[in-house]
Ligand binder design. Structure first.
Ligand SMILES: C[S@@+](CC[C@H](N)C(=O)[O-])C[C@H]1O[C@@H](n2cnc3c(N)ncnc32)[C@H](O)[C@@H]1O
Length: 173
């Protein structure tokens, strides 16, 4: 099973129609649409206009999604309130350019802000891609922050292949 399949299978068991969720990297909208089908409301960020356009086509018919064309590290500028679950699917917009790739420092900032905004027993689901330039640096930076901050990782998922993506399911205790 690939990481996206694992994430959707797991997340399905974590959220209900009462929950507010945030997709921190909307991309082509796969995670946004998935969350919109389960949650009360979904905020979806992407720094790329193309990604926001692609996602807006995917969410036609859903009245419970707010798209935000901004850096996810600026999430604290928005009035979102407490959040049940965040999804970070790091890396590139498929077929996008280098500018569409997440960067270690801003991903860390966004992660810290997301953790602050989580309700008690809320979740952060984060997938790291190690196979592209900078991907390992991003993983090591966030992984060492998570370890030193004593943040609880409930599940780790990785296929047994070189440089395969790594998913963490984090719960705020
Ligand atoms: C792997 S794709 C996400 C895939 C998406 N979740 C889906 O279901 O199609 C990563 C996305 O992160 C976005 N991104 C990169 N840096 C960002 C940032 N600082 N803030 C918000 N989005 C960013 C890229 O534009 C790209 O669309």
């Amino acid at each position: 099973m690939n990481n996206n399949t694992f994430v959707h299978k797991y997340v399905r068991t974590l959220i209900t129609k009462d929950d507010i969720c945030v997709d921190m990297t909307a991309g082509n909208g796969n995670d946004t649409v998935f969350l919109a089908s389960l949650a009360k409301h979904v905020y979806a960020f992407d720094i790329s206009e193309e990604a926001i356009r692609n996602t807006s086509e995917r969410i036609e018919g859903y009245g419970n999604v707010t798209l935000i064309n901004d850096d996810h590290a600026s999430i604290d500028r928005y009035d979102i309130g407490k959040v049940r679950l965040f999804i970070f699917n790091l890396g590139y917009l498929p077929h996008g350019d280098d500018l569409s790739c997440t960067k270690p420092e801003s991903s860390l900032q966004a992660f810290q802000k997301a953790y602050e905004m989580l309700e008690k027993n809320g979740y952060i689901v984060i997938t790291f891609y190690l196979g592209h330039p900078g991907g390992k640096d991003e993983y090591y930076l966030l992984d060492s922050y998570i370890k030193k901050s004593d943040i609880s990782v409930m599940e780790r998922y990785r296929q047994d292949k070189p440089d395969s993506p790594v998913t963490y399911i984090i719960r705020k205790l």
